[in-house]
Design a binder for this molecule. Structure first.
Ligand code: MBD
Ligand code: FE
Length: 302
């Protein structure tokens, strides 16, 4: 695959962005490289006791052993699994695989104490440091960006109703289902922006409606989907990270009513409270109101 270097002022390392055609291997390599550029995943668990590591590893392995016994898994099947797992790594698709089929349960456990918004999974395509757009403004987009224009008004408040000065980081796919920095030929920050509110917590974001998203079908995750007879779709969605000092970071996605995949998202990340209610405007655009409620840090005493 042909690649070009891209200047990323916010990252320590220079990360390559694909040029040419959109392939699973290209977007997978980007996602894997980006994840590895962040050195903190191991740091964050450096004090985990051996007993916990052992317990978790043994229980996961036992679940695999049980499946093998219950279904009398053969050597041919075992070898196919081995080949496939190797290929997932070679395609760079571990971030995709984990975020599609595992992350939703981690998110469920991590946020079940919250009284405000619980949110949903982050997925593999977040990039920190998107351009600052103010409290009211348009997300970076191309001239003539395709898709129904959407104006979204909202407010960030605390669980007790206090308005919070904070940030809404928004990122989403374009009308063809592609994310900037993970697909070729898109401006670096296309459809990625940071909206910073004043003391009233209010924001007004202008963007476009994204398309439903099909996870790459030409890589190893696609091979599993085809072999199992599943579909590869996620409903159209907007990704957000909402933050305010002293409050828990909210990672969420917002969905659109009537999407054919709201009920069978491959990533199991749709929740009814995350479905927007956009209103058609006479000029062909849509308006929507959606607010965020954040939990104070440290209130998690169950
Ligand atoms: C996405 O856009 C996404 O949000 C998830 C969770 C997985 C793959 C692609
Ligand atoms: Fe997504």
């Amino acid at each position: 695959m042909e690649r070009r270097e891209h200047d990323m002022t916010t990252m320590e390392s220079i990360i390559e962005v694909p040029v040419g055609t959109a392939t699973a291997a290209a977007s997978g390599a980007c996602a894997t490289e980006r994840f590895h550029a962040d050195k903190s995943p191991y740091q964050a668990v450096r004090d985990t006791p051996k007993e916990r590591v052992s317990l978790l590893a043994r229980e996961v392995l036992s679940a695999v052993h049980d499946t093998i016994r219950r279904h009398r898994v053969t050597y041919d099947e075992y070898n196919a699994l081995k080949a496939w797992l190797i290929d997932v790594g070679n395609d760079g698709e571990w971030p995709l695989f984990l975020d599609v089929w595992v992350e939703h349960v981690v998110e469920e456990v991590a946020t079940d104490h919250r009284k405000g918004n619980k949110g949903t999974i982050e997925g593999p395509y977040y990039v920190p440091g998107s351009p600052e757009c103010g409290a009211r403004g348009a997300i970076p987009m191309r001239d003539g960006e395709q898709g129904t224009p959407l104006v979204w008004e909202g407010r960030i408040t605390a669980t007790d109703g206090t308005p919070l000065p904070g940030k809404v980081e928004l990122w989403h796919a374009d009308a063809d289902g592609f994310y900037s920095q993970f697909a070729p030929n898109l401006p670096e920050w296309n459809l990625r922006g940071t909206f910073t509110t004043g003391a009233d917590g209010a924001f007004e974001i202008t963007t476009i409606r994204p398309a439903p998203y099909q996870i790459p079908t030409d890589g190893s995750c696609g091979k599993l989907i085809a072999a199992a007879g599943w579909h590869a779709w996620r409903p159209a969605h907007l990704h957000v990270k909402v933050s305010a000092p002293g409050y828990e970071l909210l990672t969420a996605q917002l969905y659109f009513p009537g999407d054919p995949h709201n009920g069978d998202d491959i990533a199991d990340a749709v929740k009814p409270e995350l479905v927007l209610d956009p209103q058609d405007q006479p000029d062909g655009t849509q308006k929507v109101v959606y607010d965020f409620v954040l939990d104070p840090v440290g209130a998690d005493v169950s």
